[in-house]
Design a protein around this ligand. Structure first.
Ligand code: BES
Ligand code: ZN
Length: 627
């Protein structure tokens, strides 16, 4: 490199970091919200909603308790999507109607609701009367047939990232935190639960009240309604599920209380009183969602052998990274997810040992590498940075393993430089200092630098950190995980592939889910139907129940055109709606014309099961224009 060019590069990165050193306003720049927190800020929300299952609508009102930050401000802007606004009032002894205007919708952001607010008090309450659309992106209305029990309908919400606005008119940015209360009316035979204080022994009468006393960002407001029962796991933990799922769920997640204790030892006190789980029907497009006090979960993690509980560790860890200290906007989502994956792995290590942790780290890295390659291939290499620019994009599209696994590698890198003890102390300080606040990447970097700069003997440069945050790919300073157990699996796989042993002779009797995932996830692309038939005969992989192992098997089956797995593939795709399990299978099918036909055939049957945002994504994938 030419000398002057080197200086330019050095100077540029120093300047980029200099900006980092000055605190900036978390309220300035959320590209995914029309709300302007520099004029008004919501402090509290009171909901009064009726769940009308026959019309698939929530009907009622939201009262926003607002603070006027700019005395000159006259227009309150709220985020909405597909809401019908029935009226807006200023709440007082006598409510006064307020003028409002709903902007035409933007495909990603929805419609700004502009409310004319009279001058006056610095705190006031606005009531918005509204109803939701049956296609609200943040609500899923399920028919009885789509539930485990088959007799009652089900409703759940999914607000992250920007879907809260499709069921509540509000300032839908994680820069703002609010407390909330709610009154939810349902058919009397159903139970409603929320990301709030839930009464374990609530009388089932169709009229439920909730209070969330800690300030949270809007994406953590959540509601579930169904034929739900509760079973305690420990003093602070328990499960809500449909009756037929309850016992299996309570058994699967029996270690939740121990995980909570481990977390408190590692990261500081748990601030949310209780930690309960809500098991959703299989339509749920996520593995889990860290709704405070009440994680929402896919039933696909109920494997029978607790092999997939890292998902609980993950959602529980969000009680610190994410829910306590929150990314101020979605460009900094790695602050939520990267920290959480690191915390998750520490919990797994503490409870199940370093071998299991190493396997989960390696599987994470493999998945990260595949995602980076895919992002590069589609010209989205900028999304392989930790700090991203999602302006003009749907935050659901910017979603990949990068904020998760690259974020976790960055924390591993910090651990290698600071030492585990120092990093743990730093993390506890960070969670205490920013508890119940929202932070940007810059705020985090500034805090990190202030803290460690005082430490003698730590070798860490700003240029290294800058590379992690703002450069694509995996930096060379990454500490890459390795697993002895997986190396033994590799040796077995090689021996089988080169013909020195048969499939039945694979030394797999003691393989756990993780080893199977590593084995199946790393079969060569050239694997043949004959080889798959041999494996299937030895291990009945087409019949395997574990949803993650099954996915990996089915991916190989599609690749090789292994016909005996075809009915299982259809059954799988028409019974599971979890995005990370099904999307890759459709993508694999779409690689050949014959597969594409099969994909369309299966998708036509499966589509009604899938959650609305997933339908939109798969519609685009499967029904490409011109086909
Ligand atoms: N908060 C996420 C789920 C999410 C992310 C919803 C972005 C909407 C937008 C949750 O904590 C999560 O990360 N779930 C993962 C599981 C985890 C073990 C990697 C998932 O659902 O795959
Ligand atoms: Zn997460």
């Amino acid at each position: 490199m030419h000398q002057s060019r080197i200086w330019t590069v050095l100077l540029a990165s120093t300047l980029a970091f200099a900006r980092v050193l000055y605190a900036e306003d978390i309220y300035v720049d959320d590209p995914h919200s029309y709300a302007d927190p520099r004029t008004f800020r919501t402090k509290h929300l009171a909901l009064d909603l009726t769940a009308d299952f026959s019309r698939k609508q929530l009907v009622g009102h939201a009262e926003l308790h607002l603070e006027r930050v700019d005395p000159a401000a006259r227009e309150l802007v709220l985020d909405t999507r597909d809401l019908t606004i029935r009226g807006v009032e200023l709440v007082g002894r006598v409510n006064r109607p307020l003028k409002f205007k709903l902007d035409p919708p933007d495909a990603i952001l929805g419609s700004a609701l502009r409310i004319a607010v009279p001058r006056g008090a610095t705190t006031f309450v606005v009531r918005v009367k509204y109803e939701t659309s049956p296609d609200a992106s943040g609500l899923q209305w399920l028919e009885p047939a789509q539930t485990a029990g088959g007799k009652h309908p089900f409703l759940y919400s999914q607000s992250q990232a920007i879907h809260a606005r499709s069921w509540i008119p509000l300032q839908d940015t994680p820069a703002i935190r609010l407390t909330y209360e709610a009154r939810i009316r349902t058919p009397p035979e159903l139970l409603a639960v929320m990301s709030a204080r839930n009464e374990i022994d609530a009388v089932r009468d169709g009229d439920y009240t909730f209070r969330m006393p800690q300030p949270i960002p809007s994406y953590l407001i959540a509601l579930g309604v169904g034929d739900l029962e509760f079973k305690a796991i420990g003093p602070r933990t328990g499960v809500y599920a449909e009756p037929s799922v309850l016992a299996a769920a309570a058994h699967e997640f029996a270690h939740t209380e121990a995980m909570l204790a481990t977390c408190e030892k590692l990261f500081g006190p748990y601030q949310w009183e209780r930690y309960d789980l809500l098991i959703l029907p299989p339509s749920f497009m996520w593995g889990g969602m860290e709704n405070p006090r009440l994680t929402f979960l896919t039933p696909t993690v109920i494997a029978g052998d607790r092999s997939l509980v890292s998902l609980i560790a993950h959602e529980l860890a969000h009680s610190w990274s994410g829910n306590l200290v929150t990314n101020a906007n979605w460009n900094s989502v790695w602050l939520n997810e990267g920290f959480t994956v690191y915390l998750e792995r520490r919990i797994i290590e503490a409870l199940y040992g370093s071998d299991r942790r190493a396997m989960e780290d390696v599987l994470g890295l493999q998945s990260l590498r595949a995602d980076i390659a895919a992002l590069e291939a589609r010209g989205d290499a900028s999304l392989t940075r930790l700090r991203v620019d999602l302006r003009g994009r749907d935050p659901d599209d910017g979603f990949s393993d990068v904020p998760y696994e690259k974020g976790r590698l960055f924390l591993g890198f910090l651990e290698s430089r600071l030492g585990r003890e120092r990093l743990d102390a730093f993390l506890q300080d960070y969670f205490t200092r920013f508890a119940f606040q929202s932070v940007t990447t810059d705020t985090f970097l500034e805090y990190l630098w202030e803290h460690i700069a005082q430490d003698p003997g730590i070798v860490l440069t700003k240029a290294e950190i800058e590379e992690w945050i703002d450069q694509p790919g995996i930096p060379s300073s990454a500490v890459l995980p390795r697993s002895d157990a997986f190396e033994r699996v590799d040796a077995q796989r090689r021996a089988w592939l080169d013909g020195s042993i048969t499939a039945a002779e694979l030394d797999s009797a003691r393989w756990t889910t993780h080893e199977w995932l590593h084995f199946l996830g790393n079969l060569p692309e050239t694997i043949t139907t004959e080889q798959l038939r041999e494996l299937d005969a030895a291990f009945d992989l087409t019949g395997v129940k574990n949803a993650i192992v099954a996915r990996s098997w089915l991916k190989n089956a599609i690749r090789a055109g292994y016909a005996p797995a075809s009915p299982r593939l259809e059954q799988y795709l028409t019974s599971i709606g979890r995005r990370s399990l099904v999307k890759g299978l459709y993508e694999e099918l779409l690689k050949t014309p014959e597969g594409a036909r099969r994909a369309r055939e299966i998708y036509a049957k499966a589509r009604p099961l899938y959650q609305i945002p997933l339908r939109q994504q798969l519609d685009e994938l499967i029904y490409k224009p011109g086909e």
